[in-house]
Design a binder for this molecule. Structure first.
Ligand code: PAF
Length: 279
């Protein structure tokens, strides 16, 4: 069962995966395409830990609360396939909307609690319902043992872990390190929408996060965030939020704990960028 393959529906993907005498162990890497080195690192980790890696490419309309954002989301399928076809044990699935969300939808909506009301939850209403729904259905139809997600979207990761636990999907959710460029900018498909000058300006995001990490234990939460915001405000980016929270529950920052994260969201021109740093 080797050789790069592309499928456009789950039925033919499953028939292919079930062809051999033994059902392979599947690692799932869900993506919305516009693949970059960050995705490659997820795929390479998944290749080490599974027989076959299924990469899904699906720009999920349900997770975009802003129609302009959905329209502008980069779509470069030929480039994506060219990047992936060097891998022998990778199969790509590019399903259609009706395939992911059939009439007989297997998903039953779950409550997301605090995760859906703070930070990303507050600024992108409905976004995490869409993420939980799509990831559930992608898992339901591709039947992976493990699924791989980047820590860059740390709140998304908590939502997915919560969804997997609540719906009892038998999948290990694997968190993978954020991949950064040489200057610290977290890799994201949205970076494709930044020109060179904006790309440089966006480095303020990592600078601000690093400031928080280096200072919070000494200066405390309030003072650190105040100074960090002043540093950030020297740039032309527009801050949406900058906060420190518990990295699992997204409840309040715990002064004594080692389980905190600083999260940021900002607009660089019209491109919305998010990032975080573990504290
Ligand atoms: O992180 C992403 O690219 C998306 O939110 C995901 C997990 C593929 C679900 O559409």
């Amino acid at each position: 069962m080797t050789g790069f393959r592309t499928f456009y529906d789950f039925g033919s993907l499953r028939s292919f995966l079930n062809e051999g005498a033994k059902v392979p162990q599947i690692g799932l890497v869900p993506t919305m395409g516009a693949l970059h080195i960050g995705h490659v690192s997820l795929i390479e980790r998944a290749l080490k830990e599974n027989d076959i890696v299924v990469v899904t490419i699906f720009v999920n309309p349900k997770q975009f609360n802003n129609p302009i954002d959905l329209e502008k989301y980069p779509r470069v399928p030929e480039k994506d396939l060219a990047l992936l076809n060097v891998y022998d044990r990778v199969v790509v699935c590019i399903p259609q909307v009706n395939d992911v969300y059939p009439e007989n939808d297997p998903y039953e909506k779950i409550e997301l609690g605090l995760l859906d009301t703070v930070l990303e939850g507050e600024f992108r209403p409905g976004h995490f319902d869409g993420v939980a729904h799509v990831v559930h259905n992608l898992m339901f139809y591709t039947k992976p043992s493990k699924a791989y997600f980047g820590l860059k979207d740390i709140q998304q990761l908590s939502v997915i872990k919560h969804m997997v636990a609540s719906t009892k999907r038998p999948v290990d959710v694997v968190a993978c390190q954020t991949v950064r460029d040489a200057h610290g900018l977290a890799l994201s498909s949205r970076n494709l929408l930044l020109n060179e000058a904006k790309h440089k300006e966006a480095l303020i995001i990592y600078k601000t996060l690093s400031f928080v990490k280096s200072n919070i234990k000494v200066l405390g939460k309030e003072e650190t965030l105040k100074q960090a915001q002043a540093i950030f405000n020297q740039s032309s980016l527009e801050l949406e939020y900058l906060d420190v929270v518990n990295r699992t529950t997204f409840g309040p920052y715990e002064k004594e704990g080692d389980d905190n994260v600083c999260c940021i969201s900002a607009f660089c021109e019209k491109v919305r960028l998010i990032d975080n740093i573990l504290l």
